[in-house]
Design a binder for this molecule. Structure first.
Ligand SMILES: [Mg+2]
Length: 277
C-alpha cells in the first residue's frame, strides 16, 4: 500500500474509478495553475474555455486578499479568461466571519476593505472594533501592529485572510500574510480564526457560490500545492487534482493524496471533458 507521510489513501481519494464526466464545478487555484505572476500558463486559458463550453462552472479560488476584485478579474481577462463573478478570495471568506453592521479594523490591503464593505460591515483603520482582519499588505509597520493588537486586547475577534508564511515572486519568496498575522497574534496573545484555503470559512464561501448540486461527485479542486489546495479539497469533501506547473515540480511526491496528478490544467480539462481518468 502506498503511504504518503503517514497518510493512507482510501478508495475515496483515488481517481481511477471516478466518473469525471459528473463534474460540474471546477475549482481552480490561480498561482501555479492558471498563471505565474499573472502570465498565463501554456494551455490554461484554452482549458478553462473548453470546460466552460462543456457546461461546467469554473470558479477561481485564491488566497490573494490584497487586490481588489475588479483588478483580479481584469488581470484574468487580460490573459483571455473572463472571470467576472467567478473569483472567490480569502478576503471574501474573512468577511464571511463578520456580521453586517459590525465594525472591522482592517490590517490588510484594499481587497479586505472592499470585502468588508460588501458584507455590510464598517471597515476602519484605527480604534475600537468588533473584529480585526489581518491580511497581506506591504505598508505593515510597528504602528499598524500596535493598533491591531490594541483592538484585539480590547476585545475584538482576531481573524485572518490566510496564514501563508511566504509568497512566491519572480524575485524569490517574500513574507506572506501569515508572517504579519504571527506578529499580530503574538502581540495580542490571541489565537486567530483563519479564513482562506485550506480552512472552513473558504469552503463555506465556495459552497455558497456554487449553490445546489455541489457535492463530492460534482466538484474537483485543482491546485499546485497539497498543503493548501489538497487540504482545501479535503475541507470541501471533494477530490484534489494536482498539476505540476507551480510549486510541486514533476517527479516530486506530493505530501498527500491526489485523485489526479497531471502535467497541467489542460490535461485536467482533457480528463473532465472526456469523462475518463
Ligand atoms: Mg498555487
Amino acid at each position: 500500500m502506498v503511504c504518503y507521510n503517514g497518510r493512507v489513501p482510501t478508495s475515496d481519494d483515488g481517481g481511477s474509478n471516478r466518473d469525471w464526466s459528473a463534474v460540474r464545478f471546477v475549482l481552480c487555484d490561480l498561482d501555479g495553475v492558471v498563471w505565474l505572476s499573472r502570465h498565463a500558463i501554456d494551455g490554461a486559458p484554452d482549458a478553462i474555455a473548453r470546460m466552460r463550453a462543456s457546461g461546467r462552472r469554473v470558479l477561481f479560488v485564491t488566497n490573494n486578499s490584497f487586490s481588489l476584485l475588479a483588478d483580479q478579474e481584469q488581470a484574468l481577462a487580460a490573459i483571455g479568461v473572463p472571470a467576472v463573478g467567478d473569483v472567490a478570495t480569502s478576503a471574501q471568506a474573512a468577511a464571511f466571519l463578520v456580521e453586517p453592521g459590525e465594525t472591522v479594523l482592517v490590517c490588510g490591503g484594499p481587497g479586505v476593505y472592499e470585502a468588508v464593505s460588501a458584507r455590510g460591515s464598517e471597515p476602519v483603520a484605527d480604534g475600537a472594533a468588533d473584529a480585526v482582519i489581518v491580511g497581506f499588505h506591504r505598508d505593515f509597520d510597528y504602528e499598524r501592529l500596535r493598533i491591531a493588537s490594541a483592538a484585539v486586547r480590547s476585545g475584538a475577534r482576531l481573524l485572518a485572510t490566510n496564514d501563508d508564511a511566504t509568497y512566491p515572486t519572480p524575485e524569490g519568496l517574500i513574507p506572506g500574510g501569515g508572517a504579519i498575522l504571527a506578529a499580530v497574534a503574538t502581540a495580542s496573545a490571541a489565537t486567530p480564526t483563519i479564513a482562506g484555503k485550506p480552512y472552513a470559512p473558504m469552503a463555506a464561501l465556495v459552497r455558497d457560490r456554487c449553490g445546489p448540486g455541489f457535492n463530492r461527485d460534482t466538484a474537483v479542486m485543482v491546485g499546485d500545492r497539497w498543503s493548501t489546495d489538497g487540504l482545501f479539497a479535503e475541507a470541501l469533501g471533494c477530490p484534489f487534482a494536482l498539476v505540476r506547473t507551480g510549486v510541486t515540480p514533476p517527479g516530486v511526491a506530493p505530501e498527500g493524496v491526489a485523485a489526479l496528478d497531471l502535467a497541467d490544467l489542460a490535461a485536467v480539462a482533457d480528463v473532465i471533458t472526456g469523462g475518463r481518468s
